[in-house]
Design a protein around this ligand. Structure first.
Ligand SMILES: Nc1ncnc2c1ncn2[C@@H]1O[C@H](COP(=O)(O)OP(=O)(O)O)[C@@H](O)[C@H]1O
Ligand SMILES: [Mg+2]
Length: 235
């Protein structure tokens, strides 16, 4: 039985999807059988980040009952992946509760299942968090992002989830809140810091995962370090 980790945050744009994709690739490179699930059904990103043709079956088909797990999981860059659809028509007739079965099935086959949650505390986000064993919070080092991620942390703990820590993303501005203050506000450890890096955007334009396209970039190295730390601390 593998472990499932939900990447969650209070606000959109903190980098959950970017970090989820790259962390998944890094963990698989460290030798763990890894799956990534795009659980942000209204804001699916994984297909674009991995540069996958949207004609393939998506998790939306599973959630509407028209496909099974093995119909939609595909291989890319060393991980196995369930992408979401970007078509507005595919948002109807979804049963988000089915996400729990989906993740449960994957946990039987994979060492690590990373789940990319929507931002905030709506029903889709709560379902994604509830479906996982643990939560990894992602925030940018500003007061808006940190304050809202604190709410996510409180809710995750009330749901009985282990909060592994906070990843600070897009770090590097003179106006960043110091890490120590963020740890005090959040009451948890910052377990990784990922630099603001133009290479992230270049990768998105090319439809390639940063860790594959430019593993020596600052952000890729930061995410690889986070992966090493996670597998060491939570083997
Ligand atoms: N470390 C980074 N450096 C530069 N741009 C980044 C970084 N992390 C994320 N981005 C960009 O920020 C935007 C939001 O990231 P995304 O992963 O979609 O956030 P979320 O899933 O939390 O909404 C995307 O355009 C992404 O390419
Ligand atoms: Mg996202």
């Amino acid at each position: 039985m593998g472990v499932s980790v939900c990447l969650a945050s209070g606000k959109g744009g903190s980098g959950k999807s970017t970090i989820c994709a790259n962390l998944g690739v890094a963990i698989s490179q460290l030798g763990y059988k890894t799956a990534i699930v795009d659980a942000d059904v209204e804001g699916s990103s994984m297909g674009l980040i991995f540069g996958i043709d949207f004609k393939v079956p998506t998790i939306h088909e599973y959630l509407s009952g028209s496909a099974g797990v093995e119909d939609i999981v595909l291989k890319a860059d060393g991980v196995e992946l369930a992408i979401g659809s970007v078509r507005v028509e595919d948002l109807k007739d979804l049963n988000i509760e089915l996400l729990k079965n989906f993740i449960k099935e994957l946990m039987e086959k994979y060492d690590v299942v990373l789940v990319d949650a929507p931002s905030g505390l709506g029903i889709d986000a709560i379902t994604a968090i509830s479906a996982c064993d643990a939560v990894l919070l992602v925030a940018t080092p500003d007061i808006l992002s940190v304050t809202n991620s604190l709410k996510t942390k409180v809710v995750a703990e009330r749901l009985g989830k282990k909060v592994l820590g906070l990843v600070l993303n897009r770090v590097g501005s003179a106006y960043d809140i110091p890490t120590k203050y963020i740890e005090d506000i959040m009451g948890i450890k910052v377990i990784g810091e990922v630099a603001e890096d133009e290479e992230v955007k270049k990768s998105l334009v090319e439809g390639k995962v940063l860790l594959m396209r430019n593993p020596s970039s600052k952000a890729a190295k930061d995410i690889f370090k986070l992966a090493e730390k996670l597998v060491l601390e939570y083997p």
